[in-house]
Design a protein around this ligand. Structure first.
Ligand code: M6R
Length: 604
């Protein structure tokens, strides 16, 4: 949520900032801005909407020679997406960019207003720059003023501040929101919310810890820990080449990512399956010693993966499993016992709520594991063990291939635990390993299937809502289908267990209520079919997805006959993803950057 970049050096500052922001646009795209301090003068530009608007605005602006620059791409938390609310936020002589939420901003603002400070924006961020300038009046040292300011802030933040009172310096602070710094061979300094903008610019980076603050100058990088003790940076190497995602002829990244699922799942499986065993280099059997229960915590699509995992763990590994929405877990004083393995799931590894639950679990002394797509992300660095999903960069805000690879990992993981607990026969493990090898083929997008969905989609552009329904592990898939549709079409959609409809939701059934019914042949087919018939009897418009022809549906998407319900699961996952995609395209929406959303949710 919100991306920030900073640069202090001799190169083309404008270009470095804008290129960095381009890499971070997935974090927020309702407005963007930069501020550059060079030869004692500030230049600042802001634009509402996507980064391209800022590029247009800055096209006649050039930067030469030494400069300190900061930039920001915003996902609004306080105040509408307007130019005034866009960052950098300005004081008299200073500019600040911020990712996170300053929780005590109202109190600070009240005091500042009483002292006559004029606020231009509705943001929480603006208090930082005014508070800094207020503190600067009582000291001749800008760093002391910055340090004092940071000590007065509550909440989550990654902050960069530049000021005329200390021209060749960038001040920084990090608490709860991600930020790292890199230094190149010429000793120039870079900052960013994630490592991608720095790849190719610096070979080594330092990831800040929560509570770190300090400053950079031409010669120095000075870091203090939250205990106000000076500390040395801890550099890690960055890859040399940037893996930038391109659309490669697809209309949207989401479409490309749906088509990529077959190959990324093959990568997920790579080296993790032998003929008779599931192998994880990242784990060992000792790690599960004393574990009697698994607790899964995540948000959004990753939460749906957690629900899927709970079916697999209990059914195959015979281990008690519970699932929690991270934003709920963190505030409900949960009882935690050390025989529980705490597993967080996150595509980005930065989601604030999930990250916090991981910290809570670690503090309580639980063993922790993260299933994540981004190496070096905060969660990967904090958890005891990490399994990377290997989905590659996911650009579409609506997650597709990340979900597919997460579920694949959990299928393998449930077999891995089954191996340890001997809860499945060797024969069954081998059978499932053979099935796992078929997952890449089951998500291959057939042209005929895509064409059919494209044609059908025109009938689902109106109505008063959608029900996605399924039983067992197809229930979380129904939730995921509904979430995909909501996110990119802005149509109302809910996921329900098929058997739950008659307990209330069926009251909504009428021809303008569209039901997307998941009817796998190999799992509770007759039960699920009866539930769909109940809806059909109430004249709900039904689109059934099944390998078995179903004549009570208005529309029917026929999937392939497969030998196991998990292979049906993966194929139906593709169908619901494509259906959402095609509906969204017909509605003329921005599929990859849907309104009000951001790819990485680093605020709570
Ligand atoms: O990066 P994470 O997996 O932790 O993100 C969690 C959710 O924010 C994310 O899955 C969100 O729901 C997606 N937009 C779903 O498409």
């Amino acid at each position: 949520m919100c991306g920030i970049v900073g640069y202090l050096g001799q190169k083309n500052t404008k270009e470095i900032l804008l290129n960095g922001l381009k890499e971070l646009e997935y974090r927020g795209y309702d407005s963007a801005g930069i501020a550059v301090l060079s030869d004692g003068e500030f230049s600042s530009f802001k634009a509402v909407g996507k980064l391209i608007n800022l590029e247009e605005k800055t096209k006649n602006f050039t930067t030469e020679g030494f400069a300190a620059g900061i930039g920001h791409t915003r996902w609004a938390t306080h105040g509408k997406p307007t130019e005034l609310n866009a960052h950098p936020q300005v004081g008299h002589n200073s500019y600040v960019v911020h990712n996170g939420i300053i929780e005590n901003y109202a109190e600070l603002k009240k005091e500042l207003l009483e002292e006559g400070v004029v606020f231009l924006s509705q943001t929480d961020t603006e208090v930082i720059v005014h508070q800094f300038e207020k503190n600067l009046q009582n000291t001749s040292n800008a760093f002391e003023a910055f340090k004092q300011t940071i000590s007065e802030l509550q909440g989550a933040y990654a902050i960069l501040l530049i000021t005329k009172s200390e021209e060749k310096t960038i001040f920084f602070a990090k608490n709860g929101s991600p930020m790292l710094t890199g230094i190149n061979a010429e000793n120039e300094k870079y900052f960013a919310s994630s490592d991608t903008p720095l790849i190719g610019e610096c070979s080594e980076v330092n990831y800040f810890e929560d509570g770190d603050y300090g400053y950079v100058t031409q010669n120095d990088l000075v870091i203090y820990s939250k205990n106000n003790v000076k500390k040395e940076p801890s550099f890690t190497k960055l890859p040399i080449n940037k893996l930038s995602a391109q659309k490669e002829g697809y209309r949207f990244f989401m479409e490309k990512e749906i088509y990529e699922q077959s190959s990324v799942i093959a990568d997920t499986l790579l080296g993790r399956l032998s003929e008779n065993k599931v192998l994880f280099d990242e784990l060992d059997y000792n790690f599960f010693e004393g574990i009697k229960e698994i607790k899964l915590c995540a948000c959004g699509t990753s939460y749906h993966t957690a629900l899927c995992a709970s079916y697999m763990f209990e059914r195959d590994a015979k281990i008690k499993t519970s699932v929690e929405v991270a934003s709920e877990f963190r505030y409900r004083s949960p009882i935690m016992s050390k025989d529980t393995l705490f597993v967080v799931i996150s595509q980005s590894g930065e989601t604030a709520d999930t990250l916090e639950t991981l910290k809570i679990a670690k503090k309580a002394g639980l063993k922790t594991l993260v299933i994540c797509n981004v190496d070096n992300s905060s969660m990967v660095r904090i958890a005891d063990r990490a399994i990377l999903t290997r989905a590659g960069i996911e650009k579409g805000v609506a997650s597709t291939k990340a979900f597919a690879t997460q579920v694949t990992v959990f299928w393998m993981l449930s077999l891995y635990v089954a191996q340890i607990k001997k809860s499945l026969s060797q024969q069954e493990i081998e059978k499932q390993i053979a099935l796992l090898r078929n997952v890449p083929a089951s998500v291959h997008v057939e042209d005929t299937m895509h064409e059919r969905i494209k044609r059908l989609s025109k009938r689902y552009l109106h109505g008063h809502g959608f029900f996605f329904i399924g039983r067992d592990i197809f229930f979380p898939l129904a939730l995921e289908g509904a979430l995909k549709l909501k996110e990119i079409s802005y149509l109302h959609a809910e996921g329900y267990p098929s058997g739950e409809m008659k307990h209330g939701p069926i009251a909504l059934a009428d021809p303008e209520l569209f039901t997307i019914a998941l009817l796998p042949q190999n799992l509770l087919y007759e039960k699920a079919k009866s539930n769909v018939e109940e809806l059909s009897a109430r004249d709900s418009t039904i689109c059934a997805i099944s390998p078995v022809i179903f004549d009570k549906a208005d529309d029917f998407i026929q999937t392939q006959v497969r030998e196991h319900y998990m292979l049906e699961f993966f194929e139906m996952m593709v169908v619901v993803q494509l259906l959402s995609l095609e509906i969204s395209i017909r509605l003329g929406n921005d599929v990859d950057m849907p309104r009000n959303l951001a790819k990485s949710v680093t605020v709570e």
